[in-house]
Design a protein around this ligand. Structure first.
Ligand SMILES: Cc1cc2nc3c(=O)[nH]c(=O)nc-3n(C[C@H](O)[C@H](O)[C@H](O)COP(=O)(O)OP(=O)(O)OC[C@H]3O[C@@H](n4cnc5c(N)ncnc54)[C@H](O)[C@@H]3O)c2cc1C
Ligand code: FES
Ligand code: FES
Length: 469
């Protein structure tokens, strides 16, 4: 039984845990304000808010409900547009109306939900962060300028309230319906009631489901009729911590949690740049790290990023038999992994870059947001006082059937002093090491040129005084 708060109501359902939240709210609760566009997480028309406690505070995250497993909202608060409607227009709705931010209206509910969640969660909302909050919402009519004006109006005029009283304050200001003030308490009671035993949804373990942003796009029917193991909510697979000098990232850490981690930002200052280029806010709010690694897409951004950091993968069986292998040995062929069927990922770990080590990530795609790479690449490089490359790890996506660790190129460059001719020779090694194919993301020749440019871009960041052509 899945139990959660839907707007102001407590809902209990025995609908399949792998069915979508969208279908449940629209077809079983007749909450038809939520729209269906692409059903692939791309358009944002189906955006809802999911509230849960984070560090003791109730936080709402926007998600695309068309690829949100129903089982993943067990014990949480789900908010549809019907749940934020008031007798008058809310400040978000009013800003969109007054700035002509809606025409046919098909996308509008999605924008309202993303922006409402943004205003509920951000302590200091700015125009820029408001625009980022709708990076997963597509509008075919307005050309976005009117929506940008609505966001500016909202962030200029809305006072924000931070801290634990935020929901109560927002209800008093007429931003949210009054029932929100009681939600923290009601959710606490619900979560207390859902003891581990009760919370457990029967599962057959054949399907492991994280955020669902890959599986519910590729095999929604299979997932719906299976009884998936819902790893996104497993406590043991959460968290970001240091152990024996290594940084560990729990398998079910979401992309948003990676982005918000102070520990990671200190260690990897380039990570926010990487994360900004990954999918959209609604996808990042639920997509897990393990989902990206296990999906084994040849252009998976986190597979490529953590290959560049020479990370390890930690695996375990349900009975707790664990082992660790380097990520570079994890991919053995197209969508083939050095992972046994009974194993799941528990974490990945890496050694924090030492002082003087440069970490860089590059991604080329057709548009900035909501696009996967044609070619991507990551690099970790150290050059000593004598100007010699002492450490180097390079990875490349889109140039092989799986995320590729550029072993031969690294071996060629380590121990050498950089100069222009050396990199021309390194490019020859690189080109022999890869095997790109012609596909919708580009022709082979284009990808060969791109990876050369991306590897040069890494080196340019590490060696700003040398000119690469
Ligand atoms: C609109 C959209 C945009 C996207 N943009 C990008 C992008 O820019 N860059 C990018 O790299 N990806 C992108 N993706 C792909 C996807 O979001 C990521 O790969 C994401 O990290 C997958 O995580 P998930 O938890 O949702 O995976 P799921 O769909 O839940 O699972 C994916 C696979 O991982 C397995 N799995 C999950 N957790 C575990 C575990 N702990 N142990 C073993 N197996 C496990 C599942 O069984 C499944 O085979 C996009 C997807 C969508 C829908
Ligand atoms: S319907 Fe398009 S993102 Fe869900
Ligand atoms: S108003 Fe028509 S799609 Fe946005």
């Amino acid at each position: 039984m899945i139990t959660f708060l839907l707007n102001h109501q407590l809902v209990q359902t025995d609908h399949p845990a792998g069915s979508t939240l969208l279908d449940f709210v629209r077809y079983h609760r007749r909450l038809t304000g939520t729209k269906i566009g692409c059903r692939e997480g791309d358009c944002g028309a189906c955006t809802l808010l999911v509230g849960d406690f984070e560090d003791g505070q109730l936080v709402y995250r926007s998600v695309t409900s068309c690829i949100m497993p129903l089982g993943n909202v067990n014990g949480r608060h789900v908010v549809t547009v019907e749940g934020v409607n008031l007798p008058h227009l809310s400040p978000v709705q009013a800003a969109l109306v007054e700035e002509n931010g809606t025409q046919c209206g098909f996308c509008t509910v999605g924008f309202v939900m993303s922006l409402t969640g943004f205003m509920m969660t951000h302590h200091k909302p700015t125009k820029e962060s408001g625009i980022t909050a709708v990076d997963g919402n597509i509008c075919r009519c307005t050309g976005y300028k009117s929506i940008e004006r609505a966001i500016t109006r909202l962030t200029d005029t809305m006072e924000t309230v931070s801290g634990r009283d935020r929901l109560a304050a927002l209800t008093q200001k007429g931003f949210l319906p009054a029932y929100f003030a009681q939600i923290p308490e009601r959710l606490q009671v619900l979560q207390h009631m859902l003891s581990e035993k009760y919370r457990g949804i029967p599962e057959d373990h054949n399907v492991v489901l994280g955020g669902g942003t890959d599986l519910l796009v590729q095999r929604p029917e299979n997932v719906r009729i299976s009884r998936p193991r819902l790893v996104a909510r497993e406590i043991d697979l959460q968290g970001i911590w240091m152990e024996n000098g290594r940084c560990f990232l729990g398998a079910s850490t979401t992309v948003t949690q990676l982005a918000e981690s102070d520990l990671l930002q200190k260690m990897l200052p380039t990570l926010p740049k990487v994360i900004k280029l990954v999918s959209s806010t609604q996808i990042r709010n639920k997509a897990t790290l393990a989902g990206n690694i296990v999906n084994a897409s040849p252009i998976g951004d986190f597979s490529i990023f953590f290959l560049g950091l020479n990370a390890d993968v930690h695996l375990s069986t349900r009975s707790g038999r664990g082992r660790t292998i380097p990520l570079r040995d994890f991919y053995t062929g197209y969508k083939q992994l050095a992972k046994r069927l009974e194993e799941h990922l528990t974490a990945i770990s890496f050694l924090p870059p030492e002082e003087g080590v440069v970490v860089n990530f590059e991604k080329v795609c057709k548009r900035t947001h909501l696009d996967i790479a044609s070619v991507n690449s990551a690099c970790m490089i150290k050059i000593n006082e004598d100007g010699m490359i002492t450490h180097l790890h390079l990875s490349a996506g889109g140039v092989a059937p799986y995320p590729k660790y550029l072993e031969k190129t690294c071996q060629f460059l380590i121990g050498k002093k950089p100069h222009e001719a050396l990199f021309k020779a390194a490019n020859e090694v690189l080109q022999q090491e890869i095997a790109p194919i012609n596909d919708v993301r580009g022709q082979e020749a284009y990808k060969r040129l791109l990876i050369r440019q991306l590897v040069f871009a890494h080196l340019q960041v590490a060696l700003p005084d040398i000119r690469f052509v």
